[in-house]
Design a protein around this ligand. Sequence first.
Ligand SMILES: CC(C)(COP(=O)(O)OP(=O)(O)OC[C@H]1O[C@@H](n2cnc3c(N)ncnc32)[C@H](O)[C@@H]1OP(=O)(O)O)[C@@H](O)C(=O)NCCC(=O)NCCS
Length: 184
Amino acid sequence: MINIIVLKGSHAEAYAKHLMIHAKESGIDGNTIHYPLSKLPNADNTKIEKCKIAWNTKPGIVGWSRVWGLLVDEEIVGHIRLKGESDLNEIHRCDLSIGLIKKFRRSGWGSRLMETAITWAREQEFLYWVDLNTSVANKSALNLYKKFGFEEVGITKDRFRVQGERIDDVHMVLDLKNENYLNR
Ligand SMILES: CC(C)(COP(=O)(O)OP(=O)(O)OC[C@H]1O[C@@H](n2cnc3c(N)ncnc32)[C@H](O)[C@@H]1OP(=O)(O)O)[C@@H](O)C(=O)NCCC(=O)NCCS
């Protein structure tokens, strides 16, 4: 049984472990580099507590975040996260990140996660924009984001250097109050 649910505090440890596994897949066995940072995510108590606090924070209040998990039985095999900005004057924006364990890709689940999160975001009166960043080389992600109405607003050349590879980073935005999106 595979389904998408909003993660609660009781899922925080499994989520942190999923992020570790997902980050380790980055750039190996011919995969595109989707995790360009030097420090891998960890599943320590501090990280788990941070998740719980953010998920218990009301959307629209500084510090909020919401994560939907793709679950196979009790195992998290994919996620999408919307994270509110950290300053009150940016509270009308949030940041999106998504990832699936390799064997669950290309079966429509990435699209289902996007639909779930974007539909929820559109229902939040306080939210106007969704931001995200990804590598110029990550064609799967770029195609997915464009399909959901995200537009490129800029490229930071040579933002990361991963094992000698220069990563150009794209910033994309989705205008949540643009009704044209609904007719796409
Ligand atoms: C990007 C990602 C979330 C897509 O999820 P997915 O479940 O494979 O996507 P779907 O099967 O729903 O496909 C949706 C669209 O994405 C694009 N896409 C997905 N995989 C692709 C591939 N290998 N090549 C080109 N386009 C691809 C296509 O536009 C596709 O639409 P189509 O089926 O009509 O062609 C997934 O590849 C992933 O987890 N990648 C690693 C993590 C990552 O890159 N995260 C985002 C950047 S940080």
